[in-house]
Design a protein around this ligand. Structure first.
Ligand code: CTP
Length: 399
């Protein structure tokens, strides 16, 4: 529920703007107050009158409107909300946000706000796929902006692909997650997930079979308890959950840098299957077959991200949780690993062949803490994630 929450809804100029009128209704049904801001282009698609009638609030459109400035300045407007939502977020609005422009009311609010920002992009497929938009999306995620969608489907312009704005109820779910008052409210948690790709040359890489399913489930479960989640993910099959800040990376080194850049945090959970080695002599150009015979790859060790965070003297998260994939003597190996890496907990998996855990939907976990080992019954990865999230909430709220 969103009772008592105040949402500043910036409606950009796109055909999806009509769905934002429905979004206003859905948010109000759940008890939220919605204050609409229409960009100039947004007003070409929906009128201030319809937005204000549905919101039962004044609609803001101009940066230089003296009456508004006397009533409520744009700075105040940007701070007076619990969350700033941009729907639809056009390619142009995203570019302005990523570039830090402030030349109209919407962009000025987005620069001045001290609240979290959630955007629902909507644009033509090619505009979404364009390198500039993808670059801007990555920058915005790194700035902590939550991105919901876009979805794939038929578009108003007659093309098919990603670019449709997320449906109003999907946006509502992401808003509820972002404003959640659960036991992890006000807690920031970094989660790593997925495999890493270590390049051999520009077209080849070394990877592993991690699907990212367990990491995604953990990020979703933490977010559902109200945490602000920074999800640092390698190229995984599993879709990142809505409502978290996604930081996509390729290599272990990039994952290391992204994790440290996103500290401080209250907790960090290392569910990624990080490649232990990278190719030291990776080639700038594609390696060709030729008279020189088969290439030799020389490996060098990657930084241990978990150990580097667990060992921080300044700014160490209060709770550092690692994973261990073991095939024999699970408890013994994982207990040694906890001490070696300096983390607080190790979630140990038995991944021996025959368990069906690697790539499957279930997990058998032994939790290793300074209190010893606790073997959890076999359960789904979602259940493991929820149990872990609750234990993290208890630990962070203790003391
Ligand atoms: N990890 C990491 N950075 C690395 C390697 C591992 O952050 N370069 C983290 C993983 O995300 C996981 C834990 O460390 O939380 C696993 O440690 P690792 O030593 O890789 O253990 P295993 O994968 O279980 O492998 P091994 O038994 O070979 O040590």
């Amino acid at each position: 529920m969103l009772a008592g929450k105040r949402i500043l809804l910036i409606i950009g100029g796109g055909i999806a703007a009509f769905k934002s009128l429905d979004l206003i209704r859905r948010l109000r049904e759940r008890g939220a107050t919605v204050v609409p801001v229409l960009t100039k282009a947004g007003q070409e698609f929906v009128t201030p009158l319809s937005a204000s009638a549905l919101a039962a609030e004044k609609v803001y459109t101009d940066l230089f409107n003296l009456t508004d400035e006397a009533e409520m300045g744009h700075i105040e407007l940007s701070r007076d909300a619990d969350l700033v939502v941009v729907a639809p977020a056009t390619a142009d609005l995203m570019a302005k946000m990523a570039g830090g422009h402030a030349n109209d009311l919407a962009s000025t609010i987005l620069m001045a706000t001290d609240k979290r920002v959630l955007i629902a992009p909507a644009m033509n497929v090619r505009m979404w796929d364009h390198a500039a938009t993808q670059r801007n999306a990555t920058t915005l995620q790194q700035d902590g902006v939550i991105i919901v969608g876009p979805n794939e489907g038929d578009m108003a312009c007659g093309e098919y692909g990603p670019g449709r704005m997320a449906e109003p109820l999907e946006i509502v779910a992401a808003i509820e997650a972002a404003l959640n008052d659960g036991p992890l409210k006000d807690k920031r948690i970094v989660v790593t997930s997925g495999p890493t790709h270590e390049p051999i040359d520009p077209v080849r890489y070394i990877a592993n079979r991690s699907s990212g399913a367990q990491g995604s489930a953990i990020a979703r479960a933490l977010s559902a308890l109200g945490a602000e989640v920074v999800f640092v993910t390698g190229p995984a099959e599993a879709r990142p959950p809505d409502g978290v800040s996604v930081v996509p990376v390729q290599t272990a080194q990039e994952m290391h840098d992204a994790v440290h850049k996103n500290l401080p945090a209250d907790a960090a959970v290392f569910a990624a299957a990080v490649a232990d080695w990278r190719v030291e002599n990776s080639a700038e150009q594609k390696i060709k077959k030729g008279p020189d015979g088969t290439p030799s790859l020389k490996f060098t060790e990657n930084p241990d991200i978990l150990a580097s965070v667990a060992g921080l003297e300044v700014g160490r998260p209060r709770l550092v949780v690692g994973f261990a994939a073991e095939t024999t003597n699970v408890t013994e190996h994982a207990t040694a690993k906890r001490l070696r890496k300096g983390c607080d907990w190790i979630v140990a998996n038995d991944v021996s062949p025959g368990t069906g855990i690697m790539g499957g939907s279930e997990n058998a976990v032994t939790m290793i803490t300074d209190q010893g080992a606790d073997a959890w019954p076999r359960m789904t990865k979602d259940e493991v994630a929820r149990k872990l999230a609750h234990q993290i909430a208890e630990a962070l709220n203790d003391a």
